[in-house]
Design a protein around this ligand. Structure first.
Ligand code: FE
Ligand code: CA
Length: 575
């Protein structure tokens, strides 16, 4: 409580200090620039207006679009001629820099339909977030930025169809977990060549570890710059390093993204104000504020997500015509601490305590109200951690991951019960986190397999985290056999492509044979279909294994492996 209070006070002081600076700056300005400041359009440092000179190409982090609406979309870039400059300023001066933007219906910008100018401001790392309005629904657009004499790459984006309008089909991909050191972003290169309306990112966009602290089983193939990230400039530079990747840039330039985070955008397995490694909360909240600010600065998010100290509004809802509603969730910022010390544990009283929460009360009410009121055929929970029960004990006992919904039984039960009570149509959970592909049915009671199937869950593998991986392993197949509602496992890298119509949801598990070298192809390892109003996964074909068939290392379970590795890392870097 007192920590939050201090933060609010600190924020108020910061705002008032900023006001003083603004006023002092204001009186020094010429009349013309002062007028520009009043209207919020122009820069307030005059020498930045005329012709900003950059120490290099300022658009090295690419362009993004995100959170489409029927009449608009967010456009993003960040000016960073020296993306990894030590001070975290990207090689930019401590001044506002004007940036112009254009939206056109064609790639050559012959038919520009919207244009404007905004300021890249130093207090937000010279990032630019433009909320374009006045576009037409369900249309493809192209966008670009200009700063000084420099022009950005061209991005393509797409608006959502009108609210409630009949939609015949949409196609999107979802992805997660892109440990830069573990591999090349081959999956993003192949994704950028798909024909998608949208990409959903479920978290672990970056990893916080210092160079080579978290190693893939086959060894790391490229390296983080610098030690574990703590400060704002650390987080900025880590995000800038990831954003510099050309394969990631290609995917962003091709499609609008809807992003949400998991733990590694801040720190492994953090829970609200509680860090993993047993630091006291107060310095952790400062670190969380740094991480959240840098995350906002680097993502195509709306103003509603501008952080306030250590708090940031990220959960939100996006509606695609009458076809699908995306409930984009945040399962890190409001959760109770993991039960039983955050391992893979037998059932325990803390895990079963109905008062504990994974979402926080406010987000839970928002989710349940939204699901109950939805008018779309499909209702998506775009979130982070494994939702269905997953028993790792292949004997009579049970062992569950305390970081996943299995560690927050009360939260999961309330959602499952509400789905049934309110007859929520076609709920589909999308999940990241575990660095493997899984497909599951959601049950009314996981310990009674004859109970109702109330929805399905697609768990997508990582883009790179875990390295090349292997198709399967005996221990993972044993987990599938132990949990009859789990229908599929694959341990390679990639993304999941979903094609939705009013009649069915088709999920194709797109897998790359390797990430330890650039340039791999992609193939569909397996496909599943859900028929509308007929809950449960139906197999829709599998394809021959490509890459390594069986893991040669003894992998017990992904969460154990990751947790063990990450615990070792934590021990290694504890100061
Ligand atoms: Fe991850
Ligand atoms: Ca068991």
């Amino acid at each position: 409580m007192s920590i939050r209070g201090n933060w609010e006070q600190g924020r108020a002081e910061a705002v008032s200090r900023m006001g003083e600076i603004d006023r002092r700056t204001f009186v020094k300005l010429s009349g013309a620039s002062a007028a520009a400041l009043v209207f919020g359009a122009g820069p307030f440092i005059e020498e930045a207006v005329a012709r900003p000179k950059f120490q290099g190409y300022p658009f090295k982090l690419g362009v993004n679009s995100g959170d489409p609406l029927p009449d608009g979309v967010v456009l993003w870039t960040r000016l960073a001629p020296k993306p990894l400059a030590e001070d975290g300023r990207g090689g930019m001066p401590n001044k506002n820099v004007p940036v112009r933007w254009q939206v056109a219906t064609d790639e050559r910008f012959r038919n520009v339909v919207r244009r404007g100018e905004t300021n890249a401001r130093p207090e937000l790392g010279h990032s630019v977030h433009v909320e374009v309005e006045g576009l037409r629904p369900g249309r493809e657009y192209f966008y670009r930025f200009k700063a000084g004499d420099e022009t950005s790459p061209v991005g393509r984006t797409k608006t959502f169809p009108s609210l409630g309008s009949a939609v015949a089909q949409m196609t999107f991909a979802f992805a997660s977990c892109q440990q830069y050191e573990h591999g090349y972003f081959n999956a993003y290169r192949r994704m950028s060549e798909e024909d998608l309306d949208l990409v959903v990112h479920l978290g672990d966009y970056i990893y916080e570890y210092g160079a080579n602290e978290y190693q893939a089983p086959g060894g790391n193939v490229r390296f983080h710059k610098g030690p574990e990230i703590i400060s704002l400039s650390d987080y900025r530079n880590r995000l800038a390093q990831y954003k510099s990747d050309e394969d990631l840039q290609a995917a962003h330039a091709a499609f609008p993204f809807i992003v949400t985070w998991d733990d590694h955008e801040v720190e492994n397995n953090y829970a609200d104000e509680i860090p993993e490694s047993g630091q006291s909360p107060e310095p952790f909240l400062q670190r969380r504020a740094n991480a959240y600010q840098a995350y906002y600065e680097h993502m195509p998010l709306r103003r509603s997500s501008i952080p306030r100290g250590p708090d940031m509004q990220l959960y939100r809802r996006l509606t695609y015509g009458n076809l699908a509603e995306f409930n984009v969730m945040d399962t890190r910022q409001y959760r109770d601490d993991q039960a039983a010390g955050d391992g893979t544990d037998p059932p325990n009283p803390e895990q079963q305590d109905p008062n504990r929460t994974l979402t926080g009360g406010e987000q839970e009410r928002w989710l349940l109200d939204g699901l109950a009121d939805s008018g779309t055929a499909w209702n998506v929970l775009a979130q982070q951690v494994f939702f269905a029960q997953r028993d790792f004990d292949t004997g009579d006992g049970q062992r569950f991951s305390m970081d996943a919904w299995d560690g927050y039984i009360g939260s999961r039960d309330r959602i499952s019960k509400s789905i049934q009570d309110k007859n929520v149509r076609n709920p589909v959970v999308l999940t990241g986190d575990v660095h493997n592909n899984w497909a599951c049915d959601l049950k009314a009671d996981y310990d009674d397999q004859s109970s109702a199937t109330i929805g399905s869950e697609f768990v997508g593998t990582s883009i790179t985290s875990g390295g090349d991986g292997a198709d399967t392993s005996p221990s993972q197949e044993a987990v599938v056999a132990e949990n009859p509602h789990i229908k599929f496992f694959n341990g390679q890298r990639g993304y999941v492509r979903c094609t939705i119509t009013p009649e069915e949801w088709r999920a194709d598990y797109r897998v790359v044979p390797y990430v330890s070298q650039p340039g791999s192809r992609v193939f569909t390892r397996a496909s599943f279909v859900i028929e509308s109003d007929n809950p449960g996964l139906q197999p829709a074909g599998t394809n021959p294994v490509q890459g390594t068939r069986v893991s040669t290392t003894a992998i017990e379970s992904d969460s154990e492996r990751i947790a063990a590795q990450e615990r070792a890392d934590v021990r290694g870097r504890r100061r």
